[in-house]
Ligand binder design. Structure first.
Ligand code: NAD
Ligand code: UGA
Length: 483
């Protein structure tokens, strides 16, 4: 069979997946041109910003690779039409959030952005084009894309235009995206056209060993991506549910994780109990699986997977309740320092971050929060909390508030501990590991608490500083310390 030689690639969607994925590909395949296009002009302008600290996404190692490849064989633009026309392979890497209204609302994926891409590809592509699903999609979406590509009027008339649709889901995790892309556990290519599958695999063969490239039918590939995320999220819900049992029985979740993780059948990874899984995908992908199961009448299957999401929400609420109860049953007018707002360390992404619900609930209870995160912008936090920070409420409106209960403000530096009753650690950023608790204790209102939802502080140091400590999943007896 003749090999199809790829000279130009277009990626539609310059987000957390499209941007880093194409950057790594451009670095590994210097002879291929990579065009990343997006309808969001602001995002594209940030990708093209001379100042690499202004890239729209923070990922360790990303800016170094962008600086090496950008405007050489990697281009970011809004020029969707031209880039589609010149591409041999098109990656669809657009957002597929949970549908907000209409049929399947709250569970199924909203595919309007994918459909729009398929229509654009159908209109502007030239000759033979391989269309790759990079976005995470419900099983059998490829059928929809194929139908749009085949039946659009312009394609009936143009005999030279033809398409193959492949599924090539992305498994990168944010915060480690570059490493995940450079050294993936596997590359999954689903399809039924051998020529197209080989052409796509040739791109990956520039840096990935052959045995790591798996070929499946297209539906297995689509379903494997949803299943992978569902299994990972299920592990976190499982360990978080056990953390609650630890707290009431005197066990310690870190010891339990270590003990079960030593079993090679279970494995060590993804057993860290935390404030509940966040991120843009776990919840939406499980709900997508739930919708699929319901659609096919598999009620019990749907119920099983839905419980993974339910317990995650319960767990986040549980943390808020613990904070309130330890602070004598009320946080009204109490200042609480919140360390970390991103859904995990090493990213500026806050989508579905546990911090959003926990902070909203504490504000609702009347707490005054001072929030720190090394990468998340205050404007993002404002957007997530749907409330202006206290220091930006104008004076006239401030006077209307007869008390300061239920406010928040952002603190750029780690000097936010004056007069706080408690410190709540929600993201495992490295710089929270080396805090001098003795100094901080002197600034706090006593009896003062440290709530560690990420197991990153040493309880002995906290106690030595005269502070009370609550650690997630730690059942050892606490004693309130008065300083
Ligand atoms: P994102 O929201 O960060 O980026 C998507 C981009 O697509 C946006 O910039 C949007 O403007 C653009 N877009 C939408 N419609 C367009 C169109 N018609 N033409 C051009 N651009 C368009 O999303 P993301 O986090 O990059 O996720 C993309 C997909 O990858 C989702 O399906 C997600 O489930 C999947 N995924 C995400 C991750 C992750 O870590 N974020 C990992 C693996 C898979
Ligand atoms: C996850 C998957 O790990 C990726 O393989 C997948 O490609 C991606 O979703 C996706 O499809 O979007 P991501 O959400 O970026 O990646 O990050 P994870 O490292 O999986 O963390 C997700 C959430 O689980 C975070 O809130 C994290 O703090 C939490 N987590 C993770 C724990 O609470 N404990 C753990 O042991 C691991």
């Amino acid at each position: 069979m003749m090999n199809f030689s790829v000279k130009s690639v277009c990626c539609i969607g310059a987000g957390f997946v499209g941007g880093p994925t194409m950057t790594v590909m451009a670095d590994k395949c210097p002879k291929i041109i990579f065009n990343v296009v997006d309808i969001n002009e602001k995002r594209i302008a940030s990708w093209n910003n001379e100042d690499l600290s202004q890239l729209p996404i923070y990922e360790p190692g990303l800016k170094e690779l962008v600086s090496k490849t950008r405007n050489k064989n990697l281009f970011f633009s809004t020029n969707v039409k031209e880039c589609i026309s010149s591409a041999d392979i098109i990656f669809i890497s657009v957002n597929t959030p949970t549908k907000q209204k209409g049929l399947g609302a709250g569970k199924s994926s909203d595919l309007k952005w994918v459909e729009a891409c398929a229509r654009e590809v159908s209109q502007y592509a030239k000759g033979y084009t391989i269309v790759v699903e990079k976005s995470t999609l419900p099983v059998r979406t490829a059928e929809v894309i194929q139908r749009i590509l085949k039946t659009s009027r312009s394609n009936y008339l143009d005999e030279n235009k033809s398409f193959s649709v492949l599924s090539n889901p992305e498994f990168l995790a944010e915060g480690t995206a570059i490493n995940d892309l450079q050294y993936p556990d596997r590359i999954l290519i689903g399809g039924d056209n051998e020529k197209a599958m080989i052409a796509l695999s040739q791109i990956y063969r520039n840096w990935i060993p052959e045995e790591k490239i798996l070929f499946t039918n297209i539906w297995s590939s689509e379903l494997s991506k949803l299943t992978s995320n569902a299994f990972l999220a299920q592990r976190i819900s499982s360990i978080n549910s056990i953390s609650a049992i630890c707290e009431v029985t005197g066990a310690d979740i870190r010891e339990v994780s270590r003990a079960i993780g030593q079993d090679t059948r279970i494995g060590k990874k993804f057993l860290d109990s935390g404030p509940g899984f966040g991120g843009s995908c776990f919840k939406k992908d499980i709900l997508n699986l739930v919708y699929l199961a319901e659609h096919f009448g598999l009620k019990e299957v749907a119920k099983f997977w839905e419980s993974v999401v339910d317990i995650n929400i319960w767990h986040q609420n549980r943390i808020t309740k613990i904070v309130v109860s330890k602070l004598f049953g009320t946080v009204a007018n109490k200042k609480i320092a919140v360390l970390g707002f991103a859904f995990k360390a090493n990213t500026n992404d806050t989508r579905e971050s546990a911090a959003i619900n926990i902070c909203k609930d504490l504000i609702e209870e009347g707490a005054n929060l001072v929030i720190h995160d090394p990468r998340v912008l205050p404007s993002q936090i404002e957007n997530d909390l749907q409330q202006k920070p206290y220091n930006e409420i104008d004076n006239s409106k401030r006077n209307e508030l007869n008390h300061l209960n239920g406010q928040w403000r952002f603190n750029r530096n780690l000097d936010l501990f004056d007069d706080v009753h408690a410190v709540l650690i929600l993201t495992e950023w490295d710089n929270y590991r080396n805090i001098n608790w003795i100094d901080i204790s002197k600034k706090m209102v006593h009896p003062a608490w440290v709530f560690d939802a990420r197991s990153i502080v040493d309880p002995a140091e906290i106690k030595k500083a005269g502070l009370n400590i609550w650690r997630l999943g730690d059942g050892s007896e606490e004693k309130v310390v008065n300083f």
